[in-house]
Ligand binder design. Sequence first.
Ligand SMILES: C[S@@+](CC[C@H](N)C(=O)[O-])C[C@H]1O[C@@H](n2cnc3c(N)ncnc32)[C@H](O)[C@@H]1O
Length: 202
Amino acid sequence: MKTVSSALDAAYWRQRYATGRDGWDAGAPTPPLRAYFDQLGPAAQPRILIPGVGRGYEAEYLHRAGFRQVFVADFAPEALGALAARVPDFPAAHLLPADFFGLSNDPPYDLIVEQTFFCALAPAQRPAYARQCARLLRPGGTLAGLLFDTAFAGATEPPFGGTAAEYRAYFAPYFTFQHFAPATNSLRPRQGKELFICLKKN
Ligand SMILES: C[S@@+](CC[C@H](N)C(=O)[O-])C[C@H]1O[C@@H](n2cnc3c(N)ncnc32)[C@H](O)[C@@H]1O
């Protein structure tokens, strides 16, 4: 069995940006998240976190739709820099250049948005990801987004795949499952390979 790289640190991700190995970058908000955001509406002004946000097209979409409490975290400066350059009025204080696992939950978030961040972590970090999402959310808060439901055979670096059954075990200790099913509106290359999840923190 091949060894998973243990150094998926900021330097690793900066190198991927520098060398253009950014195949995750859809260049626009993805259809499943757009549809989810559209039914949410900004009226309640939920406090939203998008961890491992990359270049932040979903954050831009939310911001332009009137959501004013959108926070984005990424430890690669290239990622947050791209969002700041495209959306100059995105609040600088909402750009969190930090490791997800060290983020503060004071105050807690109402919603965490997941997209190609879970699969970017070493699989051994998955239990810690679920725990940290739960810690960052208020009781009743939501973790929503997309998880790959496919194997990337022999992968030694991200993306790392998995199965619905595996993922359920990570989230079950902290969340009630509202929706956990194959996505029906994925980007074409991801069709049939993604779950859309909507989990409520207990
Ligand atoms: C595969 S990219 C996905 C970007 C974005 N979610 C998207 O869909 O376009 C993963 C991102 O997570 C960031 N990242 C990885 N591990 C992180 C961590 N522990 N804390 C903060 N950011 C992290 C990387 O810098 C990278 O921008």
